[in-house]
Design a protein around this ligand. Structure first.
Ligand SMILES: [Zn+2]
Ligand SMILES: [Zn+2]
Length: 288
């Protein structure tokens, strides 16, 4: 809830006119409690998780030799009911683990000072904060993921996520509830260490979720905007981790490639990448 009764009050307090974005923010959030604004994050996670994988579902249903050129593991095909099963299972986990985790974590968000007030952060502030969150999350996720590949961690928690040896978009958050909480902590860590505006907080979780879905989509499209991001792992990098399965000691990082490079956990991948490329080229030749 904003501490102003009107746009004029807000402008007097800031000593300037509100931007168009700030006026919209004022109109939308002035009468809503901070808790309700925080709960929007859960709603956005649900909406984006449902909508963003749909194009990948359509691509999978329309499989043809032309599409197979972009499929990382072209021998595998998922039916509509396979993909809906995955969606339903994730939604079940969403209702009893992700949602409650989000809603109950509000006191921590309040304590660290995620603000809802004006002014809104600038584009540059949001960019740098989200970049820092990605770096923090990637590093924390790398080590937590490695721990989950210990014998106990894998058998009791992480093997659920590895049921997909060739992942699909809907399988990005397909995991044991304990993994959702453990890796969810890595996503919260950035905003806990570098508090931001609620709008940035929403945006961070949305972008992170879109990135996870793209990473699990099973396709490598050369025109993907993520291709321009330096050290970005993407779908091929993570697909290999699923392809190798439970014994995988390679490609633990969630977003970038440098942790695996620095800690030497990408050697098998780099060798296999050449093999994959040769397989893909052979497939292309077969279909031409
Ligand atoms: Zn794993
Ligand atoms: Zn995965």
């Amino acid at each position: 809830m904003l501490p102003y009764n009107s746009v004029q009050d807000a402008e007097i307090s800031l000593g300037r006119n509100l931007t168009y974005g700030e006026t919209l923010w004022f109109q939308y959030s002035a009468q809503k409690s901070d808790y309700i604004l925080y709960c929007h994050n859960t709603l956005f996670l649900f909406i984006f998780y449902t909508l963003f994988p749909i194009p990948f579902v359509l691509v999978e249903l329309l499989r043809s030799p032309k599409i197979d050129k972009f499929k990382i593991q072209p021998k595998l095909k998922n039916s509509f009911s396979d993909m809906m099963q995955c969606y339903k299972k994730v939604m079940f986990t969403f209702v009893y683990a992700v949602g409650p985790l989000q809603l109950l974590s509000y006191p921590i968000i309040e304590w660290v000072g995620i603000r809802t007030s004006l002014p809104l952060p600038s584009g540059a502030e949001m960019f740098w904060q989200i970049l820092v969150y990605f770096l923090i999350e990637d590093y924390a996720n790398y080590w937590l993921h490695r721990v989950m590949h210990s014998k106990w961690g894998y058998e009791n928690i992480h093997k659920v996520h590895h049921e997909y040896t060739a992942p699909i978009g809907f399988a990005a958050p397909y995991a044991h509830w304990a993994e959702i909480i453990i890796l969810g902590f890595a996503s919260f860590l950035g905003p806990l260490l570098v508090p931001c505006h609620m709008f940035t907080f929403w945006l961070w979780f949305i972008i992170r979720q879109l990135e996870a879905i793209e990473t699990h989509c099973g396709y490598e499209f050369p025109w993907s905007p993520s291709k321009i991001i330096p050290f970005y792992g993407g779908a091929v990098h993570h697909d290999y981790h699923h392809y190798v399965g439970g014994k995988s000691q390679s490609n633990f990082a969630s977003v970038f490639t440098y942790c695996d490079y620095i800690y030497g956990t990408d050697k098998g991948y780099r060798y296999q990448k050449d093999v994959f490329e040769k397989m893909k080229n052979q497939n292309e030749m077969k279909f031409e």
